[in-house]
Design a protein around this ligand. Structure first.
Ligand code: NAD
Length: 481
């Protein structure tokens, strides 16, 4: 394990003007490594390098198929190094090793998908009548600033970086303070595939220092932010001051509506992935189940059994797929989740299982189920970002939709029923950017993802995301008579 990790600016590995940060292994509570911290001066160097590369045209002027091949090759590079990357990711983030491998594969998949899309960003010709020829082109913005959260540091960077590069943007990534290490492989990949210096800059720094400097930098042309609502508001404000577009992928309090004709046995698997994958630190987690009164008690029992079946321990000891859950990212995040459960019980919720931290070193929390939750409770409205599922009850379809839509968020939603008409009605009425019918997380890199309401705006993933990274230019030509 390397002790000291640097930032990557203009093709060079460098220390940071803000000193170093201790990266902690949440599976043990011990120091893992030191990470260089960028200050505003380092941010300026990274943005300037990206800006100069953009002006040179060395990336944006490439034939798209060539750029696309390099983007695809970055994904293959990640897969070739999956063993080492997954191990670092587990050690810095806490997730089981098998989950970390899934994340590396997921990150690689973005490069495959957007590398393939690079040569599909075509304009159109618009008829203006005799005497004119008109066409549109889509040009990269220039410098794309991408600010990343700690829960899926690889996938979240891959999601924006792959689309940004495929469309010809030069990118500056601000990695999360808690989990900065695994992002180093994007720099290695960029070098290995021959991207020009300045195309990929990877810097870690504090949000209030490097994050603020990056989002306010006058040479940044477009911002993608994934993280919490308050930070999203700060970044959107900074973007507005420079009049640059931004995409905000924020939090959620997403609900699965389970009707009395649903396949309850199959739903157990949705619970296992929906709320206990990555110890519930997923923006689109199934953090609420809204259960029909006829199946409510059976569901509480089934869900409680799923939670109880999971072994919780250090991710590095969990190499193989199985009923396991790792640490949360930090003791602070864990304690916040435990406190929210205590408060929910005070408000009248029933603790069906879990709710406590584990009596061992590391940021561990028991898989938790709260039943008897009502829509007015804080736990039904605020994101826990931990392995805590709240179960609410409904007795009519309209009641279920009302409860599901009763939070300020709107990231994803789910409906579980054999009745197609009922599922379609729900899919139209749920206030969410993505609706899952009979399988939580159905979809993939190909399907657009993003929020309604306080979950943000703009879409990542799918064809839709490409348009975040390009601006349209119209060229109208007056022909000689
Ligand atoms: P956060 O907002 O605290 O931090 C995210 C990033 O923003 C970090 O890199 C941080 O350093 C930076 N930052 C903090 N303050 C900043 C500022 N003032 N200006 C610029 N940058 C700043 O979020 P987090 O705690 O790292 O992540 C958890 C949140 O992210 C949850 O709410 C979760 O739902 C959300 N999330 C959303 C998605 C999605 O795709 N919708 C995906 C993952 C996580």
């Amino acid at each position: 394990m390397k002790e000291h990790w640097q930032n990557y600016i203009n093709g060079e590995w460098v220390d940071g003007g803000a000193g170093r940060l201790d990266v902690i292994n949440p599976g043990t509570g011990e120091k893992l490594a030191e990470q260089a911290l960028a200050d505003a001066g380092d941010v300026d160097k990274a943005v300037t390098s990206a800006h100069e590369l953009h002006l040179s045209g060395a990336l944006s002027g490439l034939r798209p198929v060539e750029r696309g091949r390099m983007v695809q090759a970055m994904g293959r590079y990640l897969l070739e190094h999956i063993d080492e990357i997954a191990q670092i990711l587990t050690l810095e983030q806490g997730k089981p090793l098998w989950e970390a491998r899934i994340e590396v594969e997921g990150a690689a998949r973005y490069f495959e998908y957007y590398g393939n899309q690079a040569e599909t960003v075509e304009g159109r010709s618009i008829p203006l009548g005799k005497g004119y020829f008109d066409f549109t082109t889509h040009e990269p913005y220039g410098v794309s600033a991408q600010i990343i959260p700690w829960n899926y540091p690889l996938e979240m960077t891959a999601r924006s970086l792959s689309a940004g590069l495929a469309t010809g943007n030069c990118c500056v990534i601000k990695t999360p303070e808690l989990t900065p290490l695994s992002n180093a492989w994007f720099a290695h990949a960029a070098e290995a595939v021959g991207l020009p210096k300045g195309a990929v800059n990877i810097i870690c720094g504090y949000g209030h220092e490097a994050g603020v400097a990056l989002s306010a930098h006058p040479l940044v042309n477009q911002i993608v932010f994934t993280g919490s609502v308050p930070t999203g508001i700060a970044i959107a404000s900074a973007a507005a001051k420079n009049v640059v577009p931004c995409v905000l992928e924020l939090g959620g309090k997403s609900a699965a509506i389970v009707h009395d004709d649903a396949d309850l046995e199959a739903f157990e698997n949705d619970v296992r992935w929906g709320i206990y994958f990555n110890a519930g630190q997923v923006c689109s987690a199934m953090s609420r189940v809204i259960a029909h009164e006829n199946v409510h008690d059976e569901l509480v029992e089934r869900i409680t059994n799923v939670a109880k079946s999971l072994n919780v321990g250090p991710g590095i000891d969990q190499p193989d797929f199985g009923p396991t859950m790792g640490a949360m990212v930090s003791e602070q995040q864990r304690d916040r989740a435990v406190d929210m459960v205590i408060e929910a019980v005070k408000e009248g919720a029933d603790l069906s299982t879990g709710g406590h931290k584990l009596n061992r070193d590391g940021a561990f929390m028991e898989p938790t189920v709260l039943s008897g939750v009502t829509p007015d409770m804080k736990i039904a409205n605020e994101e826990v970002f931990g392995p805590v599922l709240s179960i609410l009850k409904f007795n009519s379809d309209s009641d279920a939709i009302k409860i599901a839509n009763n939070t300020p968020y709107g990231l994803v939603g789910g409906v579980f029923t054999k009745d197609l008409d009922r599922a379609m009605q729900a899919s139209q009425k749920l206030r969410a950017g993505q609706v899952f019918v009979n399988e939580w997380y159905a979809g993939g890199v190909e399907t657009p993802f993003g929020g309604y309401g306080k979950s943000g705006y703009g879409r990542e993933k799918g064809r839709e995301a490409l348009w975040n990274y390009v601006q349209t230019k119209n060229v109208a030509i007056k022909l000689k008579d």
